[in-house]
Design a protein around this ligand. Structure first.
Ligand code: ZN
Length: 393
């Protein structure tokens, strides 16, 4: 799988051919000059110019393949996937994590720093700056750096590049991420973690998530992202704070956002974990480890879990009346519990839809940070390729 999307920009025909040929090799669809000519409908002289440029930029490597019989062995074109890398800094439970990602999505280097709950702006800024420096310093020889993507949860101002609020670190307020990272390992691309995850899931989906797709994360917090034809709707302000929809059934339960009766107070992991630990004291607060722990437990025997599933199904059904998605992907530690998942699907179907509309497909998807890391890196890597292969005509 490659993380590069090839844009049909306003460029010369030659540049467009270079980008398309590169995309085909990177995706493993072709590996010879003859196949490039055939797929792009090019004369062999044009293909030679295209391949020459891609070799010159070290985006491709040409090696001699095994001979198929008599005569000179045909050369094989392979993508130099370590030609460009992008750094991604993201939040993983109560840690800041970093990864250097190459063009094929391979994580060349990974780093992690645990941050205590009482960490404020100074501590988080220092850790983030150190991660950005370490990832840049770890680049293998010959790799160019496309920039640093910072994928965040909580409230973010994408226009100003500021991290406003994060439930894991309540003392942090208004951290100016762009000003911090730009001088160290810019350019900086800041995104919401769910938008990044949704982008990467769309890149990997067979149909590219044609039409509308909602991604619901049901974990420590509850959040929603939405994409149209695989492109996340990422407004500069906030979006998808379904976890803070206020519900009469939840009464006056206080929420970290300053309100009461939010969906999260009855259905998020932060609210349910104390209840779950009364029955299973060893449960971890790390979503990845918890996913395995929850899989085999009889969660539905607890009335709080049944209530959470009901509230979530109703909220999801209401969100569908705003966004009308064709499919809903649900990620997070609860999804791996087969009984609870089946119950959520049933409750959601019972909610129904409006006359004349089909029920969206509900997909339980595997959690993990790889999608988020890939989706955050993809725009920077794609932009770097487009800049390298820009019009000379
Ligand atoms: Zn709230």
């Amino acid at each position: 799988m490659s993380l590069v999307t090839i844009e049909p920009d306003l460029v010369s025909a030659h540049t467009r051919d270079c980008r398309r040929a590169y995309g085909l090799v990177l995706d493993g669809q072709v590996n010879s000059r003859a196949e490039i000519s055939r797929r792009l409908g090019l004369r062999s002289t044009s293909t030679s110019r295209v391949v020459a440029e891609l070799l010159e930029h070290r985006l491709l490597i040409e090696t001699s393949g095994a001979s198929a019989g008599r005569g000179r062995p045909a050369s094989v074109l392979i993508a130099n996937t370590r030609r460009i890398g992008a750094s991604v800094i993201y939040v993983s439970s109560r840690s800041l994590a970093g990864a250097l990602v190459d063009l094929s999505g391979h994580l060349v280097v990974e780093r992690r720093r645990a941050m205590p709950e009482q960490a404020g702006n100074a501590e988080l800024a220092a850790a983030m700056a150190a991660l950005a420096e370490e990832l840049l310093a770890a680049m293998p020889p010959g790799m160019s750096h496309a920039g640093t993507a910072v994928s965040l949860s909580g409230l973010i101002d994408l226009r100003l590049g500021q991290w406003l609020l994060a439930s894991r670190w309540p003392k942090m307020r208004g951290l100016d991420i762009r000003a911090l990272i730009e001088p160290i390992a810019g350019p900086v691309a800041i995104c919401r973690n769910l938008d990044a995850e949704l982008r990467a899931r769309a890149i990997r989906a067979a149909d590219g998530f044609a039409g509308g797709t909602m991604l619901l994360h049901w974990g420590w917090g509850i959040g929603l992202a939405y994409a149209q034809d695989g492109e996340p709707y990422a407004p500069t302000g906030s979006f998808g704070e379904i976890g803070h929809w206020r519900l009469a059934a939840l009464g006056e339960k206080p929420c970290g956002c300053g309100n009461t009766g939010c969906l999260e107070t009855g259905a998020a992991l932060w609210a349910l974990l104390p209840v779950l630990r009364r029955h299973w004291p060893d449960l971890d607060e790390n979503e990845t480890r918890l996913t395995g722990q929850l899989a085999a437990l009889d969660l539905l025997s607890l009335p709080e879990i049944e209530a959470a599933a009901r509230l979530l199904a109703r909220s999801l059904a209401n969100a569908c009346r705003i966004l009308f998605p064709a499919r809903i992907a649900v990620s997070g530690p609860f999804v791996r519990n087969a009984q609870l998942w089946a119950r959520l699907v049933t409750l959601f179907r019972e909610e129904g839809t409006m006359d004349g509309f089909a029920m969206p497909e509900l997909l339980g998807v595997e959690s993990g940070h790889l999608y988020e890391v890939h989706g955050a890196a993809s725009p920077l890597l794609s932009h770097a390729i487009a800049s390298l292969l820009s019009a000379k005509a």
